[in-house]
Design a protein around this ligand. Structure first.
Ligand code: PGA
Length: 248
């Protein structure tokens, strides 16, 4: 199976969430389904219920949350629990994105606690791992990313591991100022991740229609996690159809 999805990050109000979801609802999914491509969308938590309701039950799109706390409930002002995001429609939970690690004190330890919480409730963790530019510059990229993945999966029983999605997202490739990664940058890291992890390994960071096919061709890349290029529904749908065409 090939996974192709997007996080909207901190974008879209409810009206915009509705129009995005309506475009997905009205899409002809036959090629994507036939090819075994799994679409997913990770809106802000405020829009989860709206997106779920607008999509209805006729699309293959899985919904995700951008984060969730490791406790199920309690005095954690400003946080959302896994049961809460599941209740709003999430079936997967993104964890450990570099923006959260950089700006919101996310650590390997909290990512690991959250992985356990997400699995406990039967959702799929989507764990982002990736090295900063200076680590890559001194040749430590693979070790850094492997250490993040090992920490995230610590204590996860063997029979649950395949349920976890990993996304290799080099920090230097993400966002407006990111440098698109070349297939040869991605290959050794993804091979090392696939070696330790039985579940899907995705690539994310400046994915676009120009580089998507080459990135999907990298051995052990099981999908794409997309930001800006899929912030309009046409962008996501184009990447999904591209992935479907490639596996058809
Ligand atoms: P980008 O974001 O595609 O806009 O670089 C990727 C990500 O943060 O996952």
């Amino acid at each position: 199976m090939t996974w192709v999805g997007t996080s909207w990050k901190m974008n879209r109000l409810l009206a915009g969430a509705r129009s995005y979801a309506a475009a997905l609802r009205d899409h002809d999914w036959s090629a994507v389904r036939r090819a075994g491509v799994q679409p997913f969308v990770v809106p802000p938590a405020t829009a989860l219920d709206t997106v779920r309701t607008t999509l209805g039950s006729a699309t293959p799109v899985l919904l995700g949350a951008q984060d969730a706390h490791w406790e199920d409930a309690g005095a954690w002002t400003g946080e959302l629990s896994v049961p809460q995001v599941a209740d709003a429609g999430a079936r997967l939970v993104e964890l450990g994105h570099s923006e959260r690690r950089e700006h919101f004190a996310e650590t390997d330890r909290t990512v690991n606690l959250k992985v356990h919480a997400v699995l406990r409730h039967g959702l799929r963790p989507l764990v982002c791992v990736g090295e900063p530019d200076e680590v890559r510059g001194r040749g430590g990229g693979v070790d850094h990313v492997v250490a993040q993945a090992v920490a995230a999966l610590d204590g996860v029983p063997a029979d649950r591991r395949a349920h976890v999605l990993l996304a290799y997202e080099p920090v230097w490739a993400i966002g407006e100022h990111g440098r698109p990664a070349r297939p040869e940058d991605v290959a050794p890291v993804v091979a090392a991740l696939a070696d330790l992890h039985p579940g899907p390994v995705l690539y994310g960071g400046s994915v676009s229609p120009a580089n998507a096919a080459a990135l999907l061709d990298v051995p052990h890349v099981d999908g794409l996690f997309v930001g800006r290029a899929a912030w309009e529904p046409e962008g996501l749908l184009a990447l999904l159809e591209l992935a479907a065409g490639r596996t058809a």
